[in-house]
Design a protein around this ligand. Structure first.
Ligand SMILES: *[C@@H]1O[C@H](CO)[C@@H](O)[C@H](O)[C@H]1NC(C)=O
Ligand SMILES: *[C@@H]1O[C@H](CO)[C@@H](O)[C@H](O)[C@H]1NC(C)=O
Ligand SMILES: *[C@@H]1O[C@H](CO)[C@@H](O)[C@H](O)[C@H]1NC(C)=O
Ligand SMILES: *[C@@H]1O[C@H](CO)[C@@H](O)[C@H](O)[C@H]1NC(C)=O
Ligand SMILES: CC(=O)N[C@H]1CO[C@H](CO)[C@@H](O)[C@@H]1O
Length: 201
């Protein structure tokens, strides 16, 4: 509980500082969502860098990146989450859609378990998902096929199983679909023939 309060307080301070230096801040809803997401992932808050503390551009070396160009540069939104090799041992948070501008999530090489939540299918701005090298189980939910902006879906080296949903053939922008080293069964769906942007399967 103390850690959570500390976490909340530090995001709050960061956002206030951000307001002072850049005139931009992250909406409370997104601050709360980040709070919840990091606790479900089992993230140690100390390893998460201030979400929006830098200038209006975002850089790839941060754990959480923001775009602060909204509303005349007064509002930030979280656009990228990178938590690779952080020893995270929780599960995937279902509430990603509360970060409604999220484009990329990379949680590769952790110890995350459980399913890929069907709720992720509502995060329609997602472009890149990487969950490589975790302990994810269960089948791929058809809701993921709603992510029509997706260009990269990297799921290799997990414990995913079941058949590949035909609906994945709807991911018309997907360029990289990495599914190896799992326990999938059955055929490769004929619908994959519609994946005309595909460069690597
Ligand atoms: C993850 O755990 C390993 C083994 O305990 C440790 O060497 C490494 O520093 C940890 N990495 C992080 C990012 O905490
Ligand atoms: C794709 O992303 C854009 C914004 O980046 C969004 O406006 C649009 O609704 C998304 N498309 C779909 C089909 O989800
Ligand atoms: C998605 O990943 C590709 C390849 O790493 C990268 O070039 C692109 O900028 C990423 N897109 C977003 C929106 O982060
Ligand atoms: C998605 O794929 C399924 C199965 O291939 C298909 O029945 C459905 O019509 C597709 N939906 C859209 C909106 O293209
Ligand atoms: C993936 C990534 O960029 N992780 C970084 C998160 O923040 C910690 C603390 O600064 C870094 O050590 C990690 O490299």
């Amino acid at each position: 509980m103390f850690i959570h309060r500390l976490l909340f307080a530090s995001i709050f301070i960061v956002c206030c500082l951000t307001t002072l230096t850049n005139g931009a801040s992250l909406p409370n809803g997104e601050v709360e969502a980040l709070h919840l997401i990091s606790s479900i992932l089992g993230a140690d808050w100390n390893s998460i860098i201030d979400p929006c503390s830098r200038d209006n551009s975002w850089t790839l070396d941060q754990n959480v990146s923001c775009d602060c160009s909204f509303n005349d540069k007064t509002t930030c939104h979280v656009t990228h989450i990178f938590l690779r090799r952080q020893n995270l041992s929780g599960t995937l948070p279902p509430n990603l859609a509360s970060l409604s501008y999220l484009q990329q999530i990379d949680l590769s090489r952790n110890y995350l378990s459980g399913p890929i939540p069907r709720e992720w299918g509502s995060s329609t701005r997602l472009v890149n998902i990487s969950l490589l090298g975790n302990r994810l189980t269960d089948s791929i939910r058809i809701e993921l096929a709603n992510l029509r902006n997706l260009t990269s879906l990297i799921l290799e080296n997990n414990g995913l199983l079941g058949t590949l949903p035909e609906a994945l053939g709807n991911l018309s922008k997907v360029e990289r679909l990495h599914l190896s080293s799992n326990y999938f069964t059955g055929k490769i769906p004929e619908t994959f023939a519609s994946l005309t942007s595909l460069k690597a399967l």
